[in-house]
Design a binder for this molecule. Structure first.
Ligand SMILES: *[C@@H]1O[C@H](CO)[C@@H](O)[C@H](O)[C@H]1NC(C)=O
Ligand SMILES: *[C@@H]1O[C@H](CO)[C@@H](O)[C@H](O)[C@H]1NC(C)=O
Length: 331
């Protein structure tokens, strides 16, 4: 309740930051940031954003794409995570757990279909920092990942919450241990400091540096000399509709949800491919004109238009329904 009321108060202020829904673009085994050129990639992803999405993505994505599933119509970036699956506790079959539009505390999902909600923040959830600390947009061709499928410990900024009604519940580093009547909410916060030179790095992470040492939306402490350029703090939030599987989760049994790489909760990770058109993201970061759903010169589209944007299924395999194994996994 405390969080909700402070957000309502602050929403009336002009702030620099963006929050908007993006509908699901496609679900398939492609990963142009983590495994560029690999078709299929190792595991199934849930992908939103522009229609330039492909196994290999180089150059100016914002100039190439012609539509986006995101509400901000100049944003042709792609945002993706592993897909969530349910593993039947007794017979071992898998079923895809589809996302529901995220209902942010204010603003709703505006008619999004599935998808996730994206944030670009300057400081924290409610304040900007234009005077003290300029924020530089990402350059064309930029990409990054956060987290790792093989992680075995908590990672700052990568969390779960067990949704019940309007209550999001405590931040968890691993999957909830009991059924969640409103679904499982996941958040992925990316690092805020860039080396200023490299669009990517061999591990897709070392050109970035994280100085945020607490969970949730917090201002990043200063960037180090090795990664001196402060970029927008990118976050995605996804609500996974686990509710129809709850009755198949026997009381007291361990968590039956798995990521598409058959990994545990600590393996949660996310991928970002920058694709804003021209200087639109820089303009959004330079002025106190954008926050939540109000956004001066940054163009928006109706989600009924955004929902029509599509890409081809380039892999052509079944990812939904009951499956005897996860696509791409040995068993
Ligand atoms: C994806 O890449 C393939 C191979 O380079 C190409 O033929 C195809 O046109 C690309 N699709 C899009 C939507 O860019
Ligand atoms: C596992 O259980 C589900 C739900 O009852 C069922 O639809 C699926 O076919 C079962 N899988 C196998 C291999 O029996």
């Amino acid at each position: 309740m405390k969080v909700l009321s402070s957000v309502i108060t602050l929403a009336t202020l002009a702030q620099a930051g963006l929050r908007f829904p993006c509908s699901t673009l496609t679900v398939q085994r492609l990963d142009p940031a983590g495994e560029p050129g690999q078709s299929p990639s190792s595991h199934v992803h849930h992908i939103v954003g522009g229609n330039a999405f492909n196994a290999t993505m180089n150059g100016d994505v914002g100039a190439r794409a012609t539509c986006t599933t995101c509400q901000m119509s100049e944003d042709f970036s792609n945002y993706w995570t592993a897909h969530l699956y349910f593993k039947h506790p007794t017979n071992g079959s898998y079923h895809r757990v589809n996302p529901l539009p995220v209902q942010p505390l204010l603003g709703g999902s505006n008619g999004a279909q599935g998808g996730l909600t994206v944030y670009y923040t300057q400081f924290d959830l409610s304040r900007d920092n234009i005077k003290q600390q300029p924020i530089k947009s990402f350059p064309p061709g930029f990409r990054m990942t956060v987290g790792s499928p093989t992680a075995s410990a908590r990672h700052i900024g990568l969390n779960y919450q067990c949704l019940t009604g309007n209550n999001r519940g405590a931040l968890l580093a691993d999957f909830p241990t009991k059924p969640c009547s409103g679904g499982i909410f996941t958040a992925h916060h990316f690092p805020p400091c860039w080396d200023g030179k490299n669009l990517d790095s061999p591990d897709h992470q070392s050109h970035m540096y994280n100085t945020v040492n607490t969970d949730y939306f917090n201002n990043a402490p200063p960037c180090p000399a090795s990664h001196p350029v402060r970029v927008p703090q990118v976050t995605f939030e996804t609500t996974w509709d686990t509710t129809k599987f709850n009755s198949m989760w026997p009381s007291g049994a361990p968590n039956p949800f798995v990521w598409s790489f058959e990994g545990n909760g600590y393996g949660t990770h996310a991928d970002y491919m920058f694709g804003w058109k021209g200087d639109a993201l820089q303009r959004a970061m330079d002025k106190s004109e954008c926050f939540y759903d109000g956004c001066g010169s940054i163009q928006k589209q109706s989600m009924s238009i955004a929902n029509q944007c599509q890409v081809k299924d380039m892999i052509g395999e079944q990812t939904d329904g009951w499956l005897s194994k996860l696509p791409g996994m040995a068993m």
